[in-house]
Design a protein around this ligand. Sequence first.
Ligand code: Q9C
Ligand code: ZN
Length: 620
Amino acid sequence: MASGTALVYDEEMTTHKLLWSDPVCDIEVPERLSSSYEQLKRYHLVERCVHVPAREGSEEEILLVHSSEHLEVAKSTQTMNEEELKRVSGNYDAFFFHPNTYHCARLAVGATLQLVDAVMSGKVCNGMALVRPPGHHSQRNAANGFCLFNNVAIAAEYAKLKYGLQRILVVDWDVHHGQGTQYIFEEDPSVLYFSWHRYEHQEFWPSLKESDYHAVGLGKGTGFNINLPWNKIGMENSDYLAAFFHVLLPMAFEFDPQLVLVSSGYDSGIGDPEGQMNATPEVFAHLTYFLKQLANGKLCVILEGGYHLKSLSESVCMTVKTLLGDPIPQITGEMAPCLSAVESIQNVRAAHKPYWKWLMYEDTSFLQNLSTKSHLLKKANPSSSTEHESQITNISETARVERFLERHMTNVLFPVPPIKTATTDSKGSTYLHSVHLVKEMDKTELKALVRVLCIFVGDMQIIPNTEDRKILTIHICEKEQTGKSSSKHYISLNWKEDAEGNDFFFAVLGFILPVAYSYQPNLTVIAVGPNRSLGINGISLLFALLQGLAESRIFAVIEDKDINLMQSVAKILLGASTPHFGVYVPPTQEKVNKMKILRDQFQKEWKMLQCSVKDGISRH
Ligand code: Q9C
Ligand code: ZN
């Protein structure tokens, strides 16, 4: 089993820069790369990664995706003077050439392929490539949106060819739609492309109809293109998490990728002048953590956008920390998606219902965007102020977020415990009796615990007092508990895992995680008793996904003689490997209905459950 995290970085890629004045392109600066790398050094993350050198991507590799005409045009810019460079740049929407751009773009491709090789060969488990120019807007025959060659698309084709992969997931969390990547794979069922993006009903660049949720792919690729348009700015951590719980992750588990590539733009983070969103750096730790659960942990993160240098570099560090296996910081912000986000989520679910088994029995229907539109709060028209004034406001806004992040990160980051996992063993027994872990807590810390999430699997003698708001219990058992009705702090989830394979991911993603994230526990306890209705795969999945909460403080109590269960749980707690969760089977209609009832019952209390607007109450 591979371990370790690769970091691919070459300072050479900072030589690509804008030589003339152009307000559209002037945010794509070399410091994006150098400041991210400096911050990684400051957090001592560089020294913990395996350095993988970049190389130039070959012409043959670039031609996996691009036309020879495009390659030739790019090549020809190496010897041009500024005037000629400006002219060629003008042929594209938002791109600039520098004499070294071609070289840098080939390094960006090669760096990405080096990362894929390091992961696929087992040299490392995962990694990140810090590259410029970015790639996801680039198309077969055109540069676009600061992108010359589509690094991630080339990597996907390369991985298919060199390693014979049949299923690759591309997650594009950049705030722009990677229309280039969509075009390249829209007829290809072997690459599942997911993108969320600022859209504002087609007003935001690149203002394409095909960036909307209706674009689900073409021909054989139908169903393998997922667009989640954001129709409002100001999306927060909870909106991004809701998108993962209710759209991306269930698709990804059903798709069962062999490799995950991230088009990792951080312009979806707070302070970014392009994105205008409000997600804080720690959300990227959570997103990364979820994606690590797929493809046996084979995860390659490739930089795309991100234009607020502080926000960008902190978010890059959060991503790399998580790749390295550090505990995940607690997420901040109100845990409820906004109405507009829920509308978008509902629509993309409706659009994909015909193509995905997990959506088959969900009663998703399209929503007319009326409420969104009436609710769309446009910012004060910037044209009313002079350009100079708005520039001043932008500068102070940038500085304001910088100061905010300076403080915020000291609150978010906590010391990583020297010992990650501790175990105890009942005396005299030959098997491991219980496994506990993560952070050593002294008495004062324990007292400060205000919320404990208890997940009980199987028969349980002692059920905590349901009136105690300090404890939220989710009891997973085969039969309805008699004399114990569900309440806000005691939820009985009757779920018997399918004997044929794993259908429990549906309940974990669609119910347990949203409740848990809404609750924001300081400690998670998972107890497994006799007569458990879940198999090893289901229990493993529970442990794997819930470790992202409570700063990874998780306490396992396992009353079971099954040594395989012990080993599997211990492995997950150690973060050493992510097991394959077994053959995917879709949930039955009966189970989907059960979830629906629970979701309806609890979504007013636990708002992250919301995935349709019918009667939920969301954040505004
Ligand atoms: N009026 C990346 O984030 N904006 N590219 C063009 C034209 C271009 C963003 C506005 C934004 C490109 C990789
Ligand atoms: Zn972007």
